[in-house]
Design a protein around this ligand. Structure first.
Ligand code: KIV
Ligand code: ZN
Length: 515
């Protein structure tokens, strides 16, 4: 069995998914789950791209122990310096430098001849090597590069010190047989290839990212780059859970394994979906809501007679076991904190106090409190970078003969603000009231509601995406009352909007509105 290196790029390429911006704190939360998942490399971001990305990579490098932390850089001094600075605190670090090699990129994007590209790639690896002994080089758009030139570049960068050479199918153009042959060609024709790990990085434009990655593994790739839920630029990247489970379910075919604890897959999927606001399609392989549901009578009958008639993996293998009843109305703070730590969740004391108060309120309303409920509450208590507004009170009136009205009280820096408004429904009324209180009127780009557990008394989790002055953020909120969850989600997003990068614009606007 070969051990395949799982290089997770959810926080870098995954975050390039339209609308999926994550704060540094959220990236750190996901990185913690990636550690529990057992990935080998976490690509935290592209530090030159934004101060937020640089900060996120730094926070991950400072905090996360175990996996190697990687950061992306173009083959330019400023990029490599920024990535190296952000990675400095990491115990195990990797500089990931890239430069496009395909004719179309050389001619139109870079306007450089082959020789220049070769020189720049070798220089970049040598320069990166001064900061880190672990250096990965990616010839961007490799799958559309002439194989002879690609081999020449790979040989040269390995000579310059690259320890991993990554073969990106940047535009999702490859076909599995062809991509497998490309990797085979590299194994056979790059003379010093045994000194580096061959990696692949496949995009999903034709829906073939996972197939291409698996074909590459079959032909000698030792690392795959992938993302949780397959999120990423355009149609996304190869999905981590699909690759890992393919190797697990078909070991006799691939003769390869990973270090992933597959029982952490569902938690990782949920966390990424919640924090990015990118909903998982119900029929998504492995983590979609329907992935283990049998609808047809014939299938149900078969599964009841013998599970293996229609199931190739067990729900428990991905962490989808029966929901556990964990705590009740009489459970104390200590038991609550212990259960959270069992779920791998750490909270500051004030956040723990708030989460405990909400758990008690929930236990009063809801007969059974499940792990999923606790996770929803706790994720709700993870403060955005700057929690300017807190929800203190929400009351709505609505019905077939009633004008939907909301009264909301927010607390801001110790002061309470209250207002009321009417709307097209109770949620709209809440959002109009919050807009009046904050003086902002962001566009609601997306709204989603789902039940965290089964049953009529389930906790409802709302995710929203707001757009305001060019910035787009997601927010989430959870409660057994879906109106309250809606208000919480909206406020969570508003708090993100007015933190850091957009704060100045917000303050200016506030001043103009309330001089
Ligand atoms: O898709 C791509 O080519 C990339 C590289 C930077 C690895 O994301
Ligand atoms: Zn990519």
């Amino acid at each position: 069995m070969r051990r395949i290196v799982i290089f997770d790029t959810t926080l870098r390429d995954g975050e390039q998914c339209p609308g999926a911006s994550l704060t540094p704190q959220e990236k750190l939360e996901i990185a913690r789950q990636l550690v529990r998942l057992g990935v080998d490399v976490i690509e935290g971001g592209f530090p030159i791209a934004s101060p937020g990305d640089a900060q996120a990579v730094k926070m991950i490098a400072q905090t996360i122990k175990g996996p190697t932390i990687a950061a992306l850089a173009r083959s330019l001094p400023a990029d490599i310096d920024a990535a190296a600075a952000a990675l400095a605190p990491a115990k195990k670090k990797r500089l990931h430098v890239f430069l496009a090699t395909s004719p179309i990129h050389r001619k139109y994007k870079l306007r450089k001849a082959e020789e220049e590209i070769l020189r720049q790639a070798v220089w970049a690896v040598g320069y990166a090597k001064k900061h880190s002994k672990d250096v990965e080089f990616s010839p961007e758009d490799a799958s559309r590069t002439e194989p002879e030139f690609l081999h020449k570049v790979l040989e040269a960068v390995i000579k310059a010190g690259a320890t991993t050479v990554n073969i990106p199918d940047t535009v999702g153009y490859a076909i599995p047989e062809q991509f497998g042959a490309l990797i085979q060609g590299i194994v056979e024709r790059v003379p010093n290839i045994e000194r580096a790990v061959i990696s692949v990085h496949c995009h999903n434009d034709l829906g073939l990212a996972v197939s291409n990655s698996l074909a590459a593994i079959k032909h000698g790739a030792g690392q795959v780059e992938c993302t949780v839920n397959g999120i990423g630029e355009r149609a996304g990247n190869a999905s981590l859970e699909e690759i890992v489970m393919s190797l697990k379910v078909r070991p006799e075919y691939y003769r390869a394994t990973t270090g992933v604890d597959t029982r952490q897959i569902v938690k990782a999927s949920r966390l990424v979906s919640t924090l990015t606001g990118i909903v998982v399609q119900p029929n998504k392989a492995i983590v979609g809501d329907n992935a283990f549901r049998h609808e047809s009578g014939i299938h149900q009958d078969g599964v009841l007679k013998h599970r293996l008639t229609y199931e190739i993996m067990r729900p428990q293998d991905i962490g989808l076991g029966e929901s556990k009843l964990v705590l009740g109305k009489l459970s104390g703070r200590h038991a609550f904190a212990r259960r959270l730590s069992g779920l791998g969740m750490k909270l500051s004391k004030p956040a723990l106090d708030r989460a405990f108060a909400r758990f008690k309120a929930l236990a009063d309303k809801k007969k059974h409190v499940f792990d999923e409920d606790l996770v929803a509450i706790v994720e709700d208590e993870l403060p955005p970078e700057q929690e300017v507004y807190k929800l203190a009170y929400v009351h709505t009136a609505s019905g077939s003969e009633t004008v939907p009205t909301a009264t909301i009280r927010l607390s801001k820096e110790g002061k309470e603000l209250q207002d009321a408004a009417c709307g097209d429904g109770p949620v709209d009324a809440c959002y109009k009231t919050i807009d009046r209180l904050t003086g902002l009127s962001p566009e609601l780009v997306d709204y989603g509601l789902h039940a965290v557990t089964k049953g009529k008394d389930a906790v409802g989790e709302v995710t929203v995406r707001l757009r305001y002055q060019g910035a787009e953020v997601s927010g989430r909120g959870a409660s057994t009352d879906v109106i309250e969850a809606s208000a919480r989600a909206y406020l969570n997003a508003v708090n993100k909007l007015i933190s850091a990068p957009t704060r100045r614009a917000y303050l200016q606007r506030r001043q103009a509105l309330h001089p």
